[in-house]
Design a protein around this ligand. Structure first.
Ligand SMILES: *[C@@H]1O[C@H](CO)[C@@H](O)[C@H](O)[C@H]1NC(C)=O
Ligand SMILES: *[C@@H]1O[C@H](CO)[C@@H](O)[C@H](O)[C@H]1NC(C)=O
Ligand SMILES: *[C@@H]1O[C@H](CO)[C@@H](O)[C@H](O)[C@H]1NC(C)=O
Length: 261
């Protein structure tokens, strides 16, 4: 019996993760990497100052008492994030990013648009391709709902500062836990994919309108690394999210549990 059950879980425990944050295991949020906070109305966060009630990202509990990293930013604070895999990504790889999260009530889309970014840190290309892939909020059809878009920029030389196009969109409910699996291939002819609640999503090519589960492009315009939390928006409301797990690996099996696959 014991041998059988061990064998059954072996394929999952043997995978080597690049990053694994599990709030239920009591992991500190700092496991995610480097904390990024921004001050009042775009001011820099004072060097060496710890997080405070205006902006924090810390392992705690969600409103239902489930262990989660509580991510918060107050009105006029634009950033409460963790920068992950600093200096650890490379070209011609495939990264699998599992993200289990819920979004707090009152999180209006103008105050906290971006909840995941695959962010370019290469100064030579950042002006034309700032965020090659992201998850971003839009306004929902009622107060308890919001729309989340998976958007990406396939061509790093596109002649605009921000030219991500929406590939997938879904109306979601505040307070419900969702599982995302974001796949990013960093080859010059690379691709992105999205798993939502364990299922591979159909993406719509923004120019051809073709349906695909693998959207082709160059999503590695230079050193590009993932960030989670809340970013964007300056004014109006505060917002909160609750992150239960983040797993990053180099095979789909690495994120199967977190992404619900
Ligand atoms: C997170 O930790 C809890 C408690 O140790 C465990 O039951 C659960 O399986 C872990 N989840 C993942 C995805 O590793
Ligand atoms: C937190 O620190 C920021 C940056 O110094 C400051 O603007 C803000 O007022 C502080 N918030 C609280 C609640 O102390
Ligand atoms: C594009 O970026 C340039 C340089 O960073 C900036 O001067 C310009 O205002 C930006 N344009 C838009 C539409 O944001």
């Amino acid at each position: 019996m014991r041998v059988l059950s061990l064998l059954a879980i072996l394929p999952f425990v043997s995978a080597k993760l690049l990053l694994n944050y599990n709030a239920s295991a009591g992991d500190a949020a700092s496991i995610l990497g480097r904390q990024n906070l921004e001050g009042w109305n775009g001011a820099a966060w004072p060097k060496g100052q710890a997080q405070n009630a205006s902006a924090f990202f810390t392992t705690a509990k969600d409103p239902n008492g489930i262990p989660a990293a509580h991510v918060h930013k107050g009105a006029h604070f634009a950033r409460s994030e963790y920068h992950m895999l600093l200096g650890q990504t490379a070209a011609s790889q495939t990264y699998y990013i599992g993200y289990r999260v819920s979004f707090g009530a009152g999180a209006d889309y103008q105050s906290c648009p971006i909840v995941f970014q695959w962010k370019n840190f290469d100064s030579a290309t950042v002006d034309k391709d700032n965020i090659p892939a992201l998850l971003v909020f839009r306004q929902g059809s009622s107060a308890d709902k919001y729309i989340i878009d998976f958007a990406a920029q396939a061509d790093p030389s596109a002649d605009q500062n921000i030219s991500q196009k929406t590939l997938w969109t879904k109306e979601l409910t505040h307070g419900t836990i969702y599982q995302f699996g974001i796949v990013i291939n960093t080859a010059k002819s690379g691709f992105v994919q999205l798993y939502f609640n364990g299922r591979l999503s159909t993406l719509v090519n923004p120019s051809t309108k073709e349906h695909t589960t693998k959207y082709a492009g160059n999503f590695f315009p230079g050193q590009t690394e993932p960030k989670v939390g809340l970013y964007g928006g300056q004014a109006t409301n505060a917002c909160d999210s609750y992150i239960y797990n983040v797993a990053i690996g180099t095979a789909l099996a690495d994120i199967a549990a977190v992404a619900g696959i």
